[in-house]
Ligand binder design. Structure first.
Ligand code: FRU
Ligand code: FRU
Length: 497
């Protein structure tokens, strides 16, 4: 463990596994997250990255090709998954599910109008023979829009919602051609004039079953008629709208645990279930070793406003084969007084180790904590562990090139002097062999930037225990193909060639 002068040491974590049903919640502590500032070069000049290269995504060029040929905005994306960390193709086709929105909307308006869309492309084509934009065909919406109005929104008892939107999830390929699509169904209640919430928004985790078809012309679906509501934030483990109208509850990802055969689990984004005004962080959330001269006092943290940042990663277990009944378990990770969002969590199992990856924003960190937009990783011996934050105890795995000495600005208004890659991509999703896909948000400087809405170049991580580094030999200087989201195994290969 490095000893950075002027910075506290990270918390010790054993990686020890606990029963999934037990109530041990691992803590990503302030002492851990503080290691990001400790790694940052305080002398990095304006426009340059202050973070170590090994945890920095290579800079993405500003003139990017669009994967949908200007049909839709594209952001959070995922493939077919098989419940382990694998990504099958289907009958020779790679299939990609994405949040999409109409290009007539401003890019930042997309969250309120998102729909599940999909793309397909032939598997097994060498990268250098694909078109520059990844060679995907946009298949349209997953649910025909008239079905959405009749069935997707039916779960909302209060019919007065002003907006209905579909947020992230994951898609399981079950036996044969059966799909289970998990996603977040969200109703917003906004005043038409002021656009203010008239009551808290209502996100729910939903599953729907469909079938996948493919022939030589492409991929299509049927089904997805019954929308099964799985979980609503309970206010006990997972903060709800009464406790905090700005709570986060979304992004279901399901998987099987080899250590608990026959069970299906789900991780998702949540917040610690306390009323927003409670100052609920403890000395354990800070995580400083006794006598650490650089430790903060609990009082100063409680006074700082950091108690508004209370993210967690939730766990639930399925109670029936159809995966329509789920039971909440206690969260597997909390980031109390560290960050307010641990989004799109996923479990990635490799070499007997369990990796929890989750994305977070620079702008959701608590007072006096700083780190880039990117993906964060935690490793342990089971799905519930005393997770070790990767890379010098910090948690940072792959951040956008960022100068932590300079303010962040916003994707629609980058800060003067910030690195042009600060908001280059987000929603980094770790795939087999350490490949990482993400979507382009904003590339460029305060006076010259381009908004995104398509997938970034795929990059690769070398993952070794609790360490990772960006593979700069992958693609061109570490940047692989645009929107290159490959399958790593073949399902239902047609019997006739
Ligand atoms: C910032 C963000 C997302 C979230 C959305 C809610 O992009 O906070 O993390 O899904 O806005 O509107
Ligand atoms: C991540 C995210 C997800 C959410 C979606 C909403 O980019 O914030 O957590 O499902 O975007 O647009």
């Amino acid at each position: 463990v490095p000893d950075h002068a002027g910075f506290p040491n990270p918390t010790e974590h054993s990686q020890q596994a606990y029963e999934p049903e037990s109530d041990f919640t691992s803590k990503w502590t302030r002492a851990d997250a503080m290691q990001m500032k400790a790694m940052s070069d305080p002398t990095a000049p304006a426009g340059e990255n202050s973070m170590p290269e090994d945890v920095t995504m290579p800079t993405v060029p500003q003139d990017f090709p669009d994967m949908s040929n200007d049909e839709v905005w594209v952001w959070d994306s995922w493939t077919l998954t098989d419940g382990s960390s694998d990504q099958p193709s289907y009958k020779g086709w790679e299939v990609l599910f994405s949040l999409v929105a109409d290009r007539d909307l401003g890019f930042d308006e997309r969250h309120l109008y998102a729909r599940l869309g999909y793309f397909f492309r032939k598997a097994d084509i060498p990268d250098d023979q694909r078109p520059e934009n990844g060679g995907w065909t946009y298949g349209g919406l997953v649910f025909p829009e008239n079905d959405v109005t009749s069935s997707s929104t039916a779960i909302f008892e209060d019919r007065s919602f002003s907006h209905y939107t579909q947020w992230s999830g994951s898609t399981r390929l079950m036996e044969d051609d059966k799909l289970r699509l998990f996603y977040t169904s969200v109703a917003f209640f906004r005043d038409p004039v002021t656009n203010a919430d008239t009551k808290p928004y209502d996100p729910r985790l939903v599953q729907t079953e469909g079938r996948i078809f493919a022939d030589e012309t492409g991929v299509w679906f049927t089904g997805f008629r019954d929308q099964h509501e799985l979980l609503k934030a309970d206010g006990e483990y997972y903060q709800n709208g009464e406790q905090n109208p700005f709570f986060n509850f979304r992004d279901p990802f399901t998987f099987e645990d080899p250590a608990n055969p026959g069970e299906t689990y789900m991780v998702f984004e949540g917040n610690t279930a306390v009323p927003r005004e409670n100052r609920a962080c403890t000395a354990d959330d800070l995580g400083y070793a006794e006598g650490d001269p650089e430790a903060e006092s609990l009082d100063e943290v409680l006074e700082s406003g950091a108690t508004y940042q209370m993210a967690n990663v939730g766990l639930a277990v399925s109670e029936n084969l159809a995966m329509t009944d789920w039971k909440f378990l206690p969260p597997i990770l909390s980031a109390n007084c560290v960050t307010d969002q641990t989004e799109r969590p996923q479990i990635y199992i490799e070499d007997g180790k369990y990796y929890l990856f989750t994305i977070s924003h620079r702008g959701t960190y608590a007072w006096n904590i700083d780190g880039p937009e990117g993906v964060y990783g935690f490793v342990g011996d089971g799905i519930r562990s005393d997770f070790q934050p990767m890379n010098q105890g910090s948690g940072l795995v792959l951040g956008n090139p960022t100068n932590l000495n300079i303010p962040r600005g916003d994707p629609f208004a980058p800060a003067v002097g910030q690195h042009p890659g600060h908001f280059q991509s987000y929603s980094h999703y770790v795939m087999p062999d350490g490949l990482v896909q993400s979507f382009i948000d904003t590339i460029g400087t305060s006076d010259d930037f381009t908004r995104g809405g398509t997938l970034a170049p795929t990059v690769r991580l070398d993952i070794d225990g609790s360490n990772s580094r960006v593979d700069r030999s992958y693609g061109v200087d570490g940047l692989g193909g645009w929107a290159d989201v490959p399958s790593n195994l073949a399902a239902n290969v047609p019997s006739t060639p």
